[in-house]
Design a protein around this ligand. Structure first.
Ligand code: ZN
Ligand code: MN
Length: 285
């Protein structure tokens, strides 16, 4: 190449990309060597979400939230972990359902550990694992712990600003009481059975409406599941739709409220914990 095309001529932004996969190697290398380089790693699943939401819902939501947060605090977003730990009947309908393809615990831990250790070994200072699939959490925790051991990182005495750090969260941890009250005026059913329900459906209606088919959504009572886990599962205990609560009352407006509140508070929290600049970013659309 002898000349650099002006990206504006192709309608592209001149700002440096938020997604790591869109960076060239040398830009990545220089960025990673910076004192505050932070990578957000979204995690999701390939999992049925009833007749109205796409199979990639969990990774789509965690990735989209990660990009919004990353652009506010100057963090970059890695490609998501797109397969998750086995869907469980009491939180995802079950691993037996069509459209759900999962990793076992050893495979998820190994994949996540390699990715995390890889970024840290290349000089990335901080990792934020942003989970979007309920069943993943403890295995991501294990992967983070092993990845830090792999690179020889020890316990830090003070705020984790100067030594390699991994933060781990599920995005729904950031939904505030006020937002919950607005999104669930008739009472909140609980995060475990929020599968294909109002939260995910509303967020998808706001962020990716072209992937949602509300004309296919089915109204039904919340799943009534025992307090124990039974293996193999009794498949008839999962509602016919595959959703554990119905998407009744979902709306793009609720999705916007959830998205804006969660991304703002998450960005603020990460910036404070990691010593990053929190900037206000105006929505472009
Ligand atoms: Zn989901
Ligand atoms: Mn899930």
């Amino acid at each position: 190449m002898t000349s650099t095309p002006d990206p504006r001529s192709r309608g592209l932004s001149t700002a440096e990309p938020t997604r790591l996969a869109h960076l060239d190697a040398h830009t990545y290398r220089d960025w990673a060597a910076g004192e505050r380089s932070t990578v957000i790693l979204p995690a999701g699943a390939f999992e049925q979400h009833g007749p109205h939401l796409p199979l990639g819902t969990d990774a789509i939501l965690s990735s989209t939230i990660a990009e919004a947060v990353g652009s506010r605090i100057g963090a970059k977003v890695a490609e998501p972990l797109s397969y998750g730990y086995k869907s469980q009947q009491k939180s995802g309908g079950g691993d037996h359902l069509a459209g759900t393809v999962s990793l076992d615990a050893a495979a998820l831990i190994a994949q996540a550990r390699c990715v995390m250790a890889g970024f840290l070994q290349q000089g990335v200072r901080h990792l934020v694992v942003l989970n979007g699939h309920y069943e993943n959490y403890q295995f991501l925790y294990e992967a983070a712990d092993l990845a830090l051991a792999d690179i020889g990182a020890g316990v830090s005495a003070g705020p984790p600003r100067d030594s390699p750090t991994i933060l781990l969260l599920s995005y729904w941890d950031y939904v505030s009481e006020d937002t919950l009250a607005a999104v669930y005026p008739d009472g909140f059913p609980g995060w475990d059975i929020e599968h294909g329900g109002v939260l995910e459906t509303s967020l998808m209606l706001h962020l990716r409406p072209e992937l949602v088919a509300m004309d296919r959504a089915v109204s039904h009572p919340p799943a009534d599941l025992p307090r124990f886990d039974r293996l193999p599962v009794v498949s008839s205990r999962t509602p016919e739709t595959g959703c554990l609560s119905a998407p009744d009352g979902s709306s793009a407006e609720k999705g916007r409220l959830l998205y804006e509140q969660v991304t703002a508070e998450l960005a603020g929290d990460l910036a404070a914990e990691l010593g990053l600049p929190a900037r206000e970013v105006l929505e472009t659309s």
